[in-house]
Design a protein around this ligand. Structure first.
Ligand SMILES: Nc1nc2c(ncn2[C@@H]2O[C@H](COP(=O)(O)OP(=O)(O)OP(=O)(O)O)[C@@H](O)[C@H]2O)c(=O)[nH]1
Ligand SMILES: [Zn+2]
Length: 297
């Protein structure tokens, strides 16, 4: 599905908060509203200095406390802090345009928009992320994206990581946009013999109902112009790149963990079919010919 070039949605970051994680680094969770749908899309941001322009923009009448509460602060909060725009302990101060209230870019406090930034645009998958589903690799991909953004180099593949800087945009596009109820029906059709593409079509849905323009608008709001996109899906690259405002400077492949390490990652008959359909029918940029270019029984 190709997005319309002209009408990028307007996104507004409502709040961000620091989330200490069980995996090591602190991340900054951003919640977004937009004028295209009524869903709460998210950005999981690695790196305190990647700043949402809509969040940090000064609002008329707001106090420094208001700004800290919605997460528009520099550095780190601590008990007793009173100023959002300056972190005295770290020696960091943000500056704003007097007329518009827009955050001014300064290299000391804010990530350079030209940096090639590791980004994953991830679509919600309740079953793969929360119900231990071995029908797809969404949960595994999500974890891998986080690990890759946090690290310098991925040992197994040699891929250069984000060294603590990057973004996972988490779009509420369950079931490639058809919703969880319809995806569950598609699963039953798959158990009856259809592949993932056929099942969608049998339910009168497009093969892929997603629109990545909200994801693109969020990346732009975060002040990122050059992305290293973590994906195998050529449609995601095409939709991100349709105007020169964001450049995909590199595609970083999402290789199933089981392919690089026999003893790890998801292994099931269903996932083989899922990946085979993506490669053979949806043009995904993945190759594992021996395992996947075979016919299913
Ligand atoms: N309709 C349908 N959706 C599915 C099925 N299995 C997984 N999904 C959805 O497929 C989407 C997968 O999203 P992503 O992993 O971000 O995207 P992708 O197109 O696979 O591309 P990359 O992972 O970036 O290569 C999620 O929205 C899942 O909920 C299925 O059998 N049928
Ligand atoms: Zn999934």
């Amino acid at each position: 599905m190709t997005a319309n070039n002209t009408d990028l949605p307007i996104v507004q970051c409502i709040a961000r908060a620091r989330i200490p994680t069980t995996q090591g680094p602190d991340i900054f969770l951003h919640l977004y509203a937009n004028n295209r749908d009524n869903k709460e899309h998210l950005a999981i941001v690695f790196g305190e200095d990647i700043r949402s322009r809509s969040l940090f923009k000064r609002r008329p009448g707001e106090t420094q406390n208001d700004r800290m509460i919605r997460g528009a602060y520099v550095g780190k909060l601590h008990p007793g802090r009173t100023i959002a725009d300056t972190d005295g302990k770290l020696g960091l101060t943000l500056h704003f345009d007097d007329k518009t209230g827009e955050l001014l870019y300064e290299s000391k406090t804010t990530w350079d928009p030209e940096n090639a930034t590791l980004v994953r645009i991830h679509s919600e998958c309740y079953t793969g992320e929360n119900a231990w589903s071995a029908r797809c690799d969404c949960g595994e991909q999500f974890d891998r994206a986080g690990k890759l953004i946090a690290c310098e180099h991925e040992k197994e593949t040699g891929i250069k990581g984000g060294n603590g800087h990057g973004v996972i945009v988490y779009l509420r596009q369950e079931g490639r946009g058809i919703g969880l109820g319809e995806k569950l029906k598609a699963y039953n059709l798959q158990d009856l013999g259809a592949d993932t593409v056929q099942a969608n079509v049998m339910l009168n849905h497009p093969v892929d109902a997603r629109d990545f323009s909200i994801g693109k608008a969020i990346i732009m709001d975060l002040g990122i112009s050059n992305v290293r996109l973590l994906t195998n899906n050529p449609d995601k690259i095409a939709q991100v790149e349709y105007e020169p405002r964001i450049r995909c400077v590199e595609r970083v492949p999402m290789v199933p963990i089981h392919w690089t390490n026999e003893n790890e990652g998801i292994k099931s008959k269903e996932i083989e079919g899922y990946l085979r359909t993506k490669i053979e029918r949806m043009g995904h940029l993945l190759q594992e010919p021996i395992k996947l270019h075979t016919t299913t029984e």
